[in-house]
Design a protein around this ligand. Structure first.
Ligand code: NAP
Length: 237
């Protein structure tokens, strides 16, 4: 099984990579820090340190990373940033632009690259969030980017008839993103954060590896049963 994963240096993306090592996959990964599992699985992890926000260099990075790849069973568009939880009115538009580059436009360029190179791809899963539809107070930049990601996936489903695409909300996952949300955001000011604080340390917020196993187990069924382009929240399955 050949899998491309963005953002597999930590959190959920690293969890996917760990889980896929047990499933005897070959993983091509892209992140700025690089995948820490690379030394241990040198023969089956191909890794490229790349800033996905640098859109001008992305195609060249993909050319180098995937030069010997003939087909991909699965592409997990996982890399993402949260930005600050704050009023949208206080959010600098340049910070919004950066967030959109990483969370949305880099994924557009990856899909464009796959189409242009005519690399056969069976399934694409873009890691979205409940924030794509909740529009809770304070989540402005992130919510806008994940809503755009959902629609990007829906639109590309028309243009990639031989590939099954999904935007998937992974539920709460105990990663660096939660360090900020649970540790630094005031839940009196932004009440939606309280349920994250309550979930941390419980079964309602698994670590990246456990969450990845759960998602990977669902993917064959989702590929068969959900229309390409759909948004699925794993908590509703
Ligand atoms: N944690 C949750 O509860 C939760 C819930 C819903 C959705 N999600 C989504 O799950 C995905 C993974 O997040 P996570 O929770 O695992 O957070 P994380 O631990 O912070 O991981 C984010 C990953 O994205 C990569 N990344 C960020 N900016 C990048 C850039 N400019 N270029 C290349 N890679 C970049 C990071 O790699 P480098 O820093 O090495 O570049 C890292 O591997 C995200 O899309 C997030 O929105 C998470």
């Amino acid at each position: 099984m050949n899998v491309l994963i963005t953002g597999n240096s930590s959190g959920l993306g690293l969890g996917f990579t760990e889980a896929l090592m047990d499933r005897e996959a070959i993983v091509w990964g892209m992140s700025r820090r690089g995948c820490p599992l690379k030394p241990r699985y040198d023969d089956v992890i191909r890794d490229r340190q790349q800033d996905l926000g640098d859109l001008n260099r992305l195609a060249e990075g993909l050319d180098r990373l995937l030069s010997d790849c003939l087909r991909l069973d699965l592409v997990i568009l996982n890399a993402g940033i949260l930005g600050r939880i704050q009023d949208l009115a206080d959010t600098d538009v340049h910070d919004l632009e950066h967030l959109m580059r990483v969370n949305v436009w880099s994924n557009k360029l990856i899909l464009d690259w796959l189409i242009e190179r005519q690399l056969p791809v069976d399934q694409v899963v873009a890691i979205s969030s409940g924030a794509a539809v909740n529009m809770s107070y304070g989540w402005g930049a992130y919510s806008l980017s994940k809503a755009a990601l959902n629609n990007l996936v829906r639109l590309y489903a028309h243009e990639m008839p031989d590939t099954h695409l999904l935007a998937l909300a992974p539920g709460l996952v105990d990663t660096a993103m939660q360090d900020y949300l649970c540790g630094e955001v005031d839940s009196e000011e932004f009440p939606s954060v309280q349920k994250l604080k309550d979930a941390r340390g419980t079964e309602h917020m698994p670590d990246g590896h456990a969450a990845a196993e759960q998602i990977l187990d669902c993917l064959p069924r989702l590929r068969d049963q959900s229309p390409s382009g759909d948004f699925v929240d794993i908590r509703q399955l």
